[in-house]
Design a protein around this ligand. Structure first.
Ligand SMILES: NC(=O)c1ccc[n+]([C@@H]2O[C@H](COP(=O)([O-])OP(=O)(O)OC[C@H]3O[C@@H](n4cnc5c(N)ncnc54)[C@H](OP(=O)(O)O)[C@@H]3O)[C@@H](O)[C@H]2O)c1
Length: 316
């Protein structure tokens, strides 16, 4: 087998043109890792933010390890294993190494076995690559952080987006009452996800439109937080994934609030995979691009109006 592979690399921060298709050394797994032949890779907003120099790179304190292969969401097949838990041929999906370098825009990546889970059998690799980062974020915000329970009420912002379209379905599957915001063009789509209430954010102030909720899942710009707080019940939660919430801010609104950063979790990926295989969560793909069009996939997501997810088909 060749010891090189095709990958999309980034040698310096910049716009989508900074992404280059190159031939690079194939990575070698260490103890506890597997080598995955990547079949599809998911694109998330953190990918283009990092490419621009305003994403996860900020944790490196100016020492970002260029050249890097961006991307964290992977669906593929184990081809070499240095873990007792996986054998060659296993089909897996993962959010690899987040917030370190994931290396998903490539034909192969090494991934710690503890971060991977079996690919949901009922969906394609392209669909599976759309899931990990967005679904884990939803799970960790709604259940680990806000403790959302069956019968409680949640408002999911950007319900048509990558995170939102999965959050709505996951919350519904767990028995919550769900409202979702999107523009009017996405009304049918968001209703089709199962929301109990659709809110057109273009129709004016949503605060009067939604009765108080136990949790707001804040997936949109921080500037909308003051309005979002107005629909949180006293003592309820605002969980942000787009900007820090100070204890003082939460206290001044008589609620609980925090920002979370998603972390790898194989057990949660298994639970999410079960919901998918049970038919309770469906994946919507807004775009599937071949590896040499990764820059176009970035531009698509940067547009800010993705319906569902955008993925790279590595063999496409
Ligand atoms: N902290 C973390 O761990 C974490 C994890 C995942 C994501 N994030 C962040 O969360 C944000 C959302 O991620 P994503 O993957 O869901 O992004 P995305 O897929 O790009 O979101 C696109 C969606 O946003 C909707 N939208 C835009 N403006 C809106 C508004 N004012 N109100 C309601 N909906 C609006 C659009 O709907 P219309 O087309 O109808 O306008 C579109 O469907 C990003 O900033 C991302 O970086 C953070």
């Amino acid at each position: 087998m060749s010891d090189t592979m095709r990958a999309v690399t980034l040698h310096d921060f910049g716009n989508a043109d900074a992404l280059k298709l190159e031939t690079v050394p194939k990575p070698v797994p260490r103890d506890g890792e597997v080598l995955v032949r990547i079949r599809a890779a998911g694109i998330n907003p953190i990918d283009f933010k990092t490419r621009d120099g305003v994403g996860i790179n900020r944790r490196w304190d100016g020492e970002f390890p260029f050249p890097v292969i961006l991307g964290w969401d992977i669906s593929g097949e184990v081809v070499e294993s240095r873990s007792p838990d996986y054998t060659p041929g296993d089909e897996i999906y993962t959010m690899a190494r987040f917030p370190l370098i994931g290396g998903a825009y490539a034909e192969f990546a090494t991934v710690p076995a503890e971060q991977i889970a079996p690919k949901p059998a009922s969906i394609s690799h392209a669909e599976a690559a759309a899931v990990p980062l967005a679904a884990l974020t939803s799970w960790q915000a709604m259940f680990d952080t806000a403790g959302l329970q069956a019968g409680q009420r949640v408002l999911v912002h950007a319900a048509a987006g990558g995170v939102g379209h999965l959050a709505v379905q996951i919350a519904k599957a767990k028995g919550a009452w769900v409202a979702g915001t999107a523009s009017a063009r996405n009304e049918d789509f968001v209703r089709g996800l199962g929301v109990d209430q659709f809110v057109d954010y273009g129709a004016g102030d949503f605060t009067g439109a939604v009765d108080p909720v136990d949790m707001v899942f804040h997936t949109i710009d921080a500037e909308f937080r003051p309005k979002s707080w107005q629909v949180v019940k006293p003592g309820g939660w605002l969980v942000s994934i787009t900007g820090p919430v100070t204890p003082d801010e939460a206290k001044s609104h008589n609620g609980k609030g925090t920002m979370i950063l998603v972390t790898p979790n194989a057990a949660q990926l298994r639970d999410i995979g079960q919901l998918i295989d049970d038919g309770k969560v469906k994946i919507t793909l807004d775009g599937v691009y071949p590896l040499d069009k990764t820059a176009d996939a970035h531009r698509h997501v940067e547009g800010g109006h993705t319906r569902g997810k955008v993925v790279i088909d590595i063999d496409g």
